[in-house]
Design a protein around this ligand. Sequence first.
Ligand code: CA
Length: 610
Amino acid sequence: MKKLIAFLGSALISVTAFSQHAAVYPANWWIGMKMNKIQLMIHGQNLSGASITYPGIQVTKVQKAENSNYLFVDITILPTAKPGKAKVDIKGSPNTTSEFELKARRKGNGTSFAQGVTSSDFIYLLMPDRFSNGDPSNDRLEAMRDQSLNRDSIYHRHGGDFQGIINHLNYLQDLGVTTIWMTPVIENDMPDRTEHGYAFTNHYKIEPRFGGAEKYKQLSDSLHKRGMKLIQDAVYNHVGSYHFTVLDPPMKDWLHQWPNFTQTTYKDQVLYDPYAAASDKKKMEDGWFTRQMPDMNQDNPYVANYLIQHAIWCVEEFGVDGWRIDTYPYNDLEFMNRCNKALLDEYPKLTMFGETWVHGVPAQAYFTRNKMNIPFKSNLTGVTDFQTNMYGIVPALTENFGWTEGVNKLYSTLAADYVYENPLNNVIFLDNHDKSRIFSVVKEDVAKQRMAIGWLLTSRGIPQMYYGTEILMRGETNPDGWVRLDFPGGWNEDGKNAFTGDGLDDRELGIQDWTRKLANYRKNSAAIKTGKMMQYVPDDGLYVYFRYDDKQAVMCIMNTSEKTKHINFNNYPEMFKNVKQIKSVMGTERIEGDNLNIEPKKFVIIEFNK
Ligand code: CA
């Protein structure tokens, strides 16, 4: 291997060296897909032409790239084609051959995969490197750049993997989880900081330190056998600086180029601001996320094909049910609409949610299907709801009550839901891998943690819990590593084991039990899963909302004040009528007639049956 040198951000000079082998991306496709015209990217050395001879595959165009190490071969796969391996003859120096495989389609589109993740689900977000190590043999791999392996460092790899997750699916299912979302599983062959997974180096390779493609399929199959679902975390905006197309770019404008390194401004406002300057918009969209994460030029049709095909390839190859899209506002939004549409054309029940770490409900609604009369219309089905987090549950639990403060903020943010086409598609959360853990945010107040989880599992939307929130894991950004600590019990040597409960204290066990009980109750409550919502104006820190359908109303009472509050059900006349049975869901409250007392910092759930 010769050395690969990349001057990132300006001209790219690369001294390339490859083995005799040429790689084909994607290396397989399927017969009978809506997307039956595929652009193969061939990467080798001094390529001048390629041909494929296989019944049912028509080569429509062979294009040389600016960089002679690449070819783009457009093919059409006819419905008459049969599964098998096509030989790809590649002219170059030297000539070489490769393979392209045609497969029969995965069965069960919309029923056993690509099912979509909805408000009936409960998502558990975890970082594979930090959850559980099921296979110590893959912890550190010689062929990879990052040779770290040190559980004492927040910056190093810890060894977690797919097998670790497979080993603990019983725990998660018992907790009430229906869906797993892992931070990205695509190869990150970067020199350091590889624990988060957001710097892809080869889209078509599943991270070998997690167990690779076969183990990923096994995890997907294990989830589906249990009736559980899989979300994949996708990144279109950028790649890692060691991605093969950065080290050896197919063409100059594969990446957004700047005379000098230019970082995005992270100011999403410029996308919808009627007063925005075009130059600000360019910096925001085309600036690089970080030096280590070069920005993909999605205007380039080759890049667009490469990214869209990869998305569909992942869903079909691994049986993905839901799609999470990283750094959504930083992408070319017209490109995103094309990409989303391609996925939905192929998989009508698939759902997607984009990361929208923006400020204000209209800002967030801009990036998903909305009722606003504006020139750009997003077709994205949902978003990660940062608004009900930052301007909702967090101030509700950390600010004193006021006209616009405390739980009034949560109330007001939800009142703005009228802009969304369907707010139930929004993924609500207390914390994630980029935000301080909720237990630290509420200053390690267990009562508040209980309220937070109570809200998460009953409010509108798709609840997402971050691993460890159910056992009071703590940690603050910045740096992010402190919110990405290991799940106790995930490593054989761990003394404390959250899977079995060994070594957990009463407070941790209490919250874990609260989560389990409520999440399992939620599974059987259509009112919470798919029902409507009604909220009442908060009064001195007391916030009451209902989730309801024709048969049931679930009353959720959040007392954010320091005083015991008295509730009389008759004060909620829209919901308290024709009620035949009243029940305390968590079994902790004494209901006397139409009355109930709510202690400070209590979250109470009452079921009214009609
Ligand atoms: Ca491992």
